[in-house]
Design a protein around this ligand. Sequence first.
Ligand code: CUA
Length: 196
Amino acid sequence: MTDTHPDPLYRPLPDGVVPAEVIARTEKRWLAVMVGILILMMAVIVVTGMTHAVHPPSNVETIEPVTLHLGGEFAESNLGTAQERDGSLTVRLVAGQYGFTPDCTKVAVDTPVRFRLTSIDVVHGFLLPLTNVNTMVVPGFVAEVHTRFTRPGVYRMPCNEFCGPGHHGMWARVSVVPKEEFPALAATERSRCVQQ
Ligand code: CUA
């Protein structure tokens, strides 16, 4: 190989120019890294979905946001915690700029809890940190999440979808009480928490 070879491909490369085969090899390695990351992310989604019961918001149930307060399950008298025949609990909440109604509900520990939420205005978020509960609350739809609290205590419930200038102040609470305390609570006490 000399600088005077008739075919320019056979002349030595000037300093700083990376040969084509080196570029091809590097590109293949990065491609392998990218495919590896994709496989890892898919695996994380499948494994967490199956082992931690992370529920994507998949139920499609529609509701008319303008009239939901007039009757039906989201009328004011039906909001809060209700006990089902099988002993499980259903908590119904309505989200709106900038609060949840009711702003505190009580549930029993070690009991299946079903949350049903909807929004009267814009998209809000429903998150209970350190649990599997995390869903969007979209106007026109009912979001449903199932969980079971293993420890008593007060769980803060921040809205985690930006919903306007008051978003940062939008949050509520779920108070998880010992199992033996719950039946003694009157229906009205289940849907409000008196400050002590
Ligand atoms: Cu509601 Cu952010």
